[in-house]
Design a protein around this ligand. Structure first.
Ligand code: ADP
Length: 460
């Protein structure tokens, strides 16, 4: 008998499903299956791979309601957020169905003459993919789709909080025509052992990880033992800057998305609001009104806009961060209402947050918005950049040149200008500093699963 683990709804604590708990033996078996499927999949014509990926996109949209319900049940996010995630996740399959057939290379002559150089891109091999719980469909799709497009086969370990969505995607991929063995999903409560076994397996040539910086660092150390090609999407601490002449209504609309989507549990979530003194009163009042109007509740309530946080540990961490900020001199300006039970944290706006406060340097990963007032641009930028992270940033300004000037000086991989969202399957997603290595999505995304191969040819 295989042992199982429970998957729970974070809004109610109820067990939704029991899932087989993958062991190290299962993990090795999964790599062996992926390795056996690799030559056939890599040799499948790009057009055939592309058609299958395109079919995955269509099937995800066909099943959008079922997938959205599953995401919101195991992750807790509102049904509106879950539906948006399904569409976003499906788009990775469509985008990479298009990239699959754009295999490009080059031909050149050596400067000294005679020798010709042919450059091509080949699949890296079996890829190990590790995903978090905050976007159970999108984080899997963003890795699996480019890997399959490139001709790689994969082993995937979803987060133990949210394995059901990944398993549902697995069924969709089989239905779409992905051959058995090309995608192997191993839910487990033994993440360190399973992933270590993958990194030690001589057929694994690639790791793509999305999760916390601490775990990413540990996996990079392990990847060093066998020089495994590594892509890392790690933590963020996005500043959200509002200038004196920004459109405040637009900034509030963007702030609501950047802060409260998925209860603030996104690595691109706005973590710190830097609002110019000239507009801080207007912004605070309008942001506060919007926050007080938010409906917080379980995803079973179709009107709910903000769901629970993922775990009691997350709830305790957010509570402690807010308490520490208050001890540092911050004040709660607005705080929404929450249901009587479940892992809910009320949407909260903090003001009077001093530049050095702990809450400005740590990833909050919850529905709390610390607001800092600024007048001096260079002091504001110094504070915005005073973090080990560099994933995303946001700037709202009346004049595009101001937005771009400020955007240029924030050390991040992605800047939202006059919008509260940066993620797009067609745009390279990734960070600088300790937010990661590599890019996902876009043209760059498929490259993460390819090696460059050169033929140096003397055909004189
Ligand atoms: P979060 O704090 O968002 O849960 P984690 O980095 O802990 O982020 O988790 C992201 C993914 O990494 C999940 O799939 C989790 O199971 C996995 N994971 C966590 N710890 C380890 C570890 N030591 N080794 C390998 N994978 C891990």
């Amino acid at each position: 008998m295989k042992s199982t683990f429970d998957v729970c709804n974070p809004a109610t604590g109820q067990v939704i499903e029991r899932v087989i708990d993958g062991t190290v033996e299962d993990a090795v078996w999964a790599v062996d299956a992926a390795a056996a499927a690799f030559p056939g999949w890599a040799a499948t014509p790009a057009r055939a791979r592309s058609d299958i990926l395109r079919r995955c996109h269509e099937l995800m949209l066909r099943d959008a309601d079922v997938l959205a319900a599953l995401i919101s049940t195991e992750n807790g996010k509102s049904i509106v957020d879950a539906r948006a995630e399904v569409v976003y996740a499906a788009e990775f399959y469509r985008w990479f169905s298009e990239e699959a057939v754009r295999g490009e290379g080059s031909y050149s002559e050596a400067p000294a003459g005679g020798v010709k150089t042919l450059v091509t891109h080949v699949p890296v091999g079996v890829a190990a993919l590790i995903t978090p719980w905050n976007f159970p469909a999108a984080m899997a799709a963003r890795k699996v789709a480019p890997a399959l497009a490139a001709g790689c086969t994969v082993v995937l370990k979803p987060a133990e909080e949210t394995p059901l969505t990944a398993l549902a995607l697995g069924r969709i991929m089989l239905e779409a025509g992905v051959p058995p063995g090309a995608v192997n999903i191993v839910p487990t409560t033994s993440a360190p052992a399973v992933v270590s076994a993958w990194l030690a397996h001589d057929r694994v040539r690639k790791i793509s990880f999305t999760g916390s910086t601490g775990v990413g660092r540990a996996l990079l150390r392990q990847a060093a033992d066998r020089i495994v090609n590594a892509s890392m999407e790690l933590g963020g601490n996005a500043p959200f800057v509002i200038t004196a002449d920004a459109d405040v209504d637009a900034a509030v609309a963007g702030a609501m998305i950047a802060k409260f989507r998925g209860s603030g549990q996104a690595c691109t979530a706005a973590n710190r609001f830097y609002v110019h003194a000239d507009v801080v009163d207007e912004f605070l009042e309008k942001f506060g009104n919007a926050v007080m109007a938010l409906r917080v509740g379980p995803s079973s309530d179709p009107e709910s806009q903000v769901g629970p946080v993922i775990s009691s540990r997350a709830l305790a961490r957010i509570t402690a961060l807010v308490e520490a900020a208050i001890a540092d001199g911050a004040r709660i300006a607005f705080q929404g209402k929450i249901p009587n039970s479940g892992l809910f944290y009320p949407p909260t706006l903090l003001v009077n947050v001093p530049f050095g406060a702990q809450i400005l340097s740590e990833e909050i990963f919850g529905p709390v918005a610390p607001i800092v007032t600024w007048t001096d641009e260079s002091a504001m930028l110094a504070s915005a950049n005073n973090t080990e992270f560099g994933l995303a940033g946001y700037v709202y300004a009346g004049r595009l040149q101001d937005a771009l000037r400020i955007g240029e000086q924030i050390a991040v991989g992605m800047v939202g200008i006059n919008r509260g969202i940066v993620s797009d399957p067609a745009a390279p997603f990734g960070g600088v500093k300790q937010s990661g290595i590599g890019r996902e999505g876009a043209h760059e995304g498929i490259r993460e699963y390819q090696e460059t191969r050169v033929y140096s040819v003397d055909w004189a």
